[in-house]
Design a protein around this ligand. Structure first.
Ligand SMILES: [Zn+2]
Length: 286
């Protein structure tokens, strides 16, 4: 992380796909004090001309942003809230000044969660209290999360994100054609995808996962497009749990982004369990 001044922000340009590596700008002279905090996104935003914008400048959260998080309209949708919060706090994205909410929404989920973590880090520092409760005995434990240590996977410089191709073991058997299909191709999930599946996820997280996978699905073997659309998220109900885990791993664990998972051991019963980083103290300084 580096603090930028205004001059540097003006000078820096977006990276294009064809461009060779852009040299890091020299350390800026402190002119008018910090104008924001600069970060390299795990994937980056691709504009209509195919340019990749990967450098985001964030400002600290203010009272206005606390209001965004407290807004009742946003309470039912974490995805919507993240969109509003990022649109408010991203000062610049590559060559784009003050990105719109539409742009914040269209960012890849990997970049959105990365920015969210960084937003908390620049506003209150890297330490955040997190609470986890054991799924077996319900014993809860409080841990200090050091957000600066959360692992980040990034695409290589100037790389454009590829689709995610998953080879399944058991495959999907389509009764209509009598064929079994084994290869599924997905795009990386975006904020738009997340917002669309919010209602389903709230009802049933497992169905929410299916709906998100269905939204990101581009093709499944040789299944015709119309048939694929008719199947919708139901296709993921039919997959074996092993195959579903393969899709999940390809879209989350092995993909660019921040690793929000935690391996925990219950202090009560000693069981090991997995959780995602608890963000309920996001607005509480530690
Ligand atoms: Zn326990």
């Amino acid at each position: 992380m580096r603090i930028l001044d205004r001059k540097e922000i003006e000078v820096e340009a977006a990276t294009t796909i064809e461009a060779p590596e852009v040299e890091a700008p020299p350390e800026p002279p402190a002119l008018r004090g910090p104008a924001g905090f600069e970060f390299e996104l795990p994937i980056g935003y691709i504009d209509e001309d195919g340019r990749v914008h990967r450098t985001a400048v964030l400002r600290k959260m203010t009272g206005k942003d606390e209001a965004i998080m407290a807004d009742r309209r946003n309470r039912n949708s974490a995805a919507r809230m993240i969109t509003e919060l990022l649109a408010s706090c991203i000062v610049r994205l590559g060559a784009i000044e003050r990105p719109t909410p539409q742009l914040a929404q269209s960012l890849y989920s990997a970049d959105r969660y990365f920015l969210l973590i960084k937003l908390r880090e620049i506003t209150f520092g890297p330490d955040m209290e997190a609470n986890y409760s054991c799924p077996t005995c319900k014993e809860s434990q409080t841990l200090n999360e050091d957000l600066s240590q959360v692992p980040v996977q990034r695409l290589e410089d100037s790389a454009v994100p590829d689709d995610v191709v998953v080879e399944l073991d058991d495959g999907f058997f389509d009764r209509t054609s009598g064929e079994t299909y084994y290869t599924a191709r997905f795009h990386h999930p975006t904020g738009v995808d997340e917002e669309r599946v919010t209602a389903v996820t709230r009802e049933n997280p497992s169905f929410g996962k299916n709906a998100l996978m269905a939204r990101c699905l581009i093709e499944f073997g040789a299944i015709p497009k119309a048939r694929l659309e008719a199947l919708g998220s139901g296709i993921f109900n039919e997959l074996t749990l092993g195959d579903r885990a393969r899709v999940d791993a390809a879209l989350n664990e092995n993909a660019p982004g921040v690793d929000m998972r935690r391996e925990l051991t219950c202090s009560g019963c000693g069981r090991r369990f997995q959780a995602t980083i608890d963000l309920s103290n996001f607005l509480t300084p530690s």
